[in-house]
Write a protein of this length. Structure first.
Length: 637
C-alpha cells in the first residue's frame, strides 16, 4: 500500500506542478516549457527532493510512450494541407535534407568540440534533429509571425518528430548491435516510416468515416473513441515494427483533420487539453530526473557544441533548404534563429540513457545531460527572444481583416458591402433563403444554413478574420452565438446586437454593437424607406468636447448611428463602449426624412437644436459608392 501511495503522490505532484507552470507561463506570457523545466528541476533530486521519477519504474516509459502518441496526434490535427502546399518544397527539404545536415553537423560538433566518441556523437545528433511542436506551436501563438513562416515552423516541428525519433532508434540499434552497414540503417528508417504512414493513413480515414456516420453517439463518447483509436493504432504499429507508432499518430491526425469531419473543432479542444496535460506531466517528470551535476560535468566543450548547433548548423540547414523559395532574408534569419527542442528529444534521451547504461555502454548519463543542455539553451535563448527578434525583423503577422456577419438585413448588407469594397473578405450567414438572396444580389458571399453552429462559423472562415458581428432579429441568439464564436475561434473583435443586461454580459468578450439602446428594426426600416444618408467626419480641435456632446445629443434623438471609427489608419465597427478621441474619423448613418438635415448637421443652420456648431466639414457619401469611404480617401476638412 505504501509503495502504491508513493507512486500516486509522485503523479499528483507532477500534475499540480505542471498545471501551475502552465498557469504562470500564460500569465507572464512566456513559453510554458520555461517554467516546466524550472519547476521540474526545483522539485527533483537536485532541488528540494520532492519528486523522484525513478519510483515509477518502467511505468515512466509507458507514460512517455502514450503521452507522446497523444501529443503527435494533436500535432497532426494542426497540419493544414492547404497551407503546407505553399511551402511544401521547403518543408520537404527541412524534413529530409535538413535532417541530414543536422545529423552530420551535430555529430561533428559533438565529436570535435564536445570530445564524444563518434557513435555517441551521432546518437546525440540524431536525438536533437527534432524541433518539437510542443515548444514551437505555443511560441508561435504568442508572437504571431506571418503565416508562411509559422506554417513552415509548425510543419517542420510536427513532421520531423517521428522522423527524428525513428532515426535515433536506428542509430541506437547500430550502436547496440554493432551493425555499421549504412544500407541497413537507411532501410530500417524507411520501413518504419512507411509502416507508420500506411497504418496512420488508413486508421485516420476509418476514424473520420466513423465520426461522420456515428450520429447516435454523444460527442463526449466520440472523443473517447478517438483517444482509444489513437492508442490502438500506435500500439498496432509498434507491434509490427518498433518506433513506427510515432509516424502513425502524426499521419492519423493529419488525415483525420483534413477529412471535413463534423465537430472537429470541439475534438481539437479536447485533444488540446489532453496534450497540455501530457506535456506538463512529462516535462516535470523528465526534468526532475535530470542530474544538474552531470550537466556541469560536461565542460565547456559541450557548451560550444550546443552553440555550434544553434548558430552554425541551423543557419546552414535553413540556407540549403530554402535556397529556391520565395522567403525573404528576414524570414530566413528568423527560421535560423527559432529551433527549440522539446518533449520528444527529452523523452528519447531519457530512454536511451537507461538503455545504454543497462547494456554497459559508457555515455548514457552524458548524452542525456547534453540533450537537456540543448533543450535548456535553445528554449531560454531562442524561445524567450523569438518575439523580440520577430519585431526586429518586421515579420510579425498583419492584423486580421475581414468579417463574418450573421444575419442578412439591410443594415448588415450595408456593413458587409463596406468591408468588401475596402478589399477585405466578408461572409454573411443566415437561415432564411430569401434574406440570403437579397445579400447575394449585392455580390456578397452568403452561407445559408438551417443551424447556426460552430461548423458553419468554421466554414465561413471565422478563424482567420478580424471581426465577427451577430445582428439577427433575436438579441439573445446574437449574444449566445457571439459568445461561442469568441470562445472557440477568438477573433480580435466580437460584436453582437443584444439587449442591455449588465449583470450577465459585462464580463464577456462580446461587445455590444453600435449603441446601448440600438434598435435594429428601426434602422432597417429607415434604409428600406431610403430615409438615410451615409456620412463621414473627422473630429478635431478646437471644440472637441462640444462636438462629442452634440453628436451624443443626435444619437439620443435616434437621428444618427455611428457605424465605424477610424483611428491610426485602422477602421473598426463601433461598439457601445467605444470612446472618441481627437483625430478620429467617424463613419455614420444619418436618419434624414428632410432634405436639409445633413446641411444642418454641418453647421449650415445655426437656429436648429440639431446643428453641431464648430464641427469640421461633413462629407456626404452616396450609399451606392461605399468605396469612397476607404482609409486612403479620407476627407480632409
Amino acid at each position: 500500500m505504501e509503495a502504491s501511495f508513493d507512486i500516486t503522490l509522485q503523479m499528483v505532484i507532477a500534475v499540480v506542478a505542471g498545471i501551475s507552470a502552465q498557469v504562470l507561463a500564460a500569465y507572464i506570457k512566456v513559453p510554458s516549457i520555461v517554467f516546466l523545466l524550472l519547476f521540474g528541476i526545483f522539485l527533483g533530486a537536485d532541488g528540494i527532493g520532492l519528486l523522484h521519477p525513478h519510483l515509477l519504474g518502467i511505468g515512466l516509459e509507458v507514460i512517455v510512450a502514450l503521452a507522446t502518441a497523444i501529443i503527435l496526434f494533436e500535432g497532426g490535427l494542426d497540419l493544414e494541407l492547404r497551407e503546407l502546399g505553399r511551402v511544401s518544397t521547403s518543408l520537404q527539404l527541412l524534413v529530409t535534407l535538413g535532417t541530414l545536415v543536422t545529423l552530420v553537423g551535430g555529430s561533428m560538433a559533438a565529436h570535435w568540440l564536445g570530445e564524444f566518441p563518434w557513435p555517441i556523437a551521432f546518437l546525440y545528433a540524431s536525438i536533437v534533429v527534432v524541433t518539437g511542436p510542443t515548444v514551437v506551436t505555443p511560441l508561435l501563438k504568442q508572437i504571431k509571425v506571418d503565416r508562411q513562416v509559422a506554417t513552415l515552423l509548425e510543419g517542420e516541428g510536427i513532421l520531423i518528430d517521428p522522423v527524428g525519433a525513428i532515426l535515433a532508434v536506428v542509430v541506437l540499434d547500430t550502436i547496440l548491435n554493432g551493425d555499421a552497414d549504412p544500407f541497413n540503417a537507411i532501410t530500417g528508417l524507411l520501413v518504419r516510416l512507411g509502416i507508420g504512414a500506411a497504418i496512420g493513413g488508413a486508421g485516420g480515414w476509418l476514424l473520420s468515416l466513423f465520426f461522420k456516420r456515428a450520429n447516435i453517439l454523444s460527442f463526449e463518447l466520440k472523443n473517447l473513441v478517438v483517444l482509444a483509436s489513437v492508442w490502438g493504432l500506435f500500439t498496432l504499429a509498434q507491434m509490427i515494427r518498433s518506433e513506427s507508432g510515432l509516424m502513425t499518430t502524426v499521419m492519423a491526425g493529419a488525415v483525420f483533420a483534413n477529412s471535413s469531419v463534423p465537430e472537429e473543432r470541439l475534438l481539437r479542444h479536447f485533444k488540446g487539453q489532453l496534450t497540455m496535460l501530457c506535456i506538463s506531466v512529462l516535462f516535470i517528470l523528465l526534468a526532475a530526473d535530470l542530474s544538474i551535476a552531470s550537466v556541469f560535468a560536461l565542460g565547456w566543450g559541450s557548451l560550444f557544441t550546443v552553440l555550434a548547433l544553434m548558430f552554425v548548423v541551423r543557419p546552414i540547414n535553413i540556407l540549403l533548404c530554402t535556397w529556391n523559395s520565395d522567403l525573404n532574408w528576414r524570414q530566413k534569419v528568423f527560421l535560423s534563429w527559432v529551433a527549440p527542442r522539446g518533449i520528444v528529444s527529452a523523452s528519447v534521451a531519457s530512454l536511451f540513457g537507461i538503455l545504454l547504461t543497462q547494456r554497459g555502454i559508457n555515455g548514457g548519463d552524458a548524452i542525456k545531460a547534453l540533450v537537456f543542455l540543448t533543450i535548456l539553451m535553445t528554449v531560454f535563448c531562442q524561445g524567450l527572444t523569438a518575439g523580440w527578434v520577430a519585431k526586429l525583423l518586421r515579420i510579425t503577422s498583419k492584423q486580421a481583416t475581414g468579417a463574418v456577419i450573421v444575419g442578412c438585413n439591410p443594415l448588415s448588407i450595408l456593413i458587409a458591402r463596406f468591408f468588401q469594397e475596402r478589399g477585405e473578405t466578408v461572409v454573411m450567414i443566415d437561415t432564411d433563403p430569401e434574406a440570403s438572396e437579397q445579400a447575394q444580389a449585392q455580390n456578397l458571399r452568403v452561407l445559408t444554413s438551417s443551424a447556426l453552429d460552430a461548423n458553419v462559423l468554421e466554414e465561413a472562415g471565422l478563424d482567420s478574420v478580424g471581426t465577427f458581428l451577430a445582428m439577427t432579429k433575436n438579441g439573445e441568439v446574437n449574444f449566445v452565438l457571439a459568445q461561442r464564436a469568441a470562445e472557440e475561434f477568438d477573433p480580435p473583435r466580437v460584436l453582437a446586437v443584444y439587449p442591455r443586461d449588465p449583470q450577465a454580459k459585462n464580463k464577456s468578450k462580446v461587445l455590444q454593437a453600435f449603441l446601448p439602446e440600438f434598435k435594429i428594426k428601426t434602422w432597417n426600416q429607415h434604409l428600406n424607406d431610403e430615409q438615410v444618408k451615409l456620412g463621414s467626419m473627422i473630429l478635431k480641435d478646437p471644440g472637441f468636447s462640444l462636438q462629442k456632446i452634440q453628436l451624443q445629443a443626435l444619437i439620443r434623438t435616434g437621428d444618427l448611428l455611428p457605424l465605424f471609427v477610424e483611428r491610426d489608419d485602422k477602421i473598426n465597427l463601433m461598439a457601445a463602449g467605444d470612446t472618441w478621441q481627437v483625430g478620429d474619423r467617424l463613419i455614420y448613418l444619418l436618419h434624414d426624412p428632410r432634405p436639409d438635415l445633413l446641411k444642418r448637421l454641418s453647421g449650415g443652420n445655426q437656429s436648429t437644436r440639431l446643428s453641431l456648431e464648430n464641427l469640421p466639414e461633413v462629407e456626404e457619401i452616396p450609399i451606392g459608392k461605399l468605396s469612397q469611404l476607404s482609409a486612403t480617401d479620407a476627407p480632409t476638412p
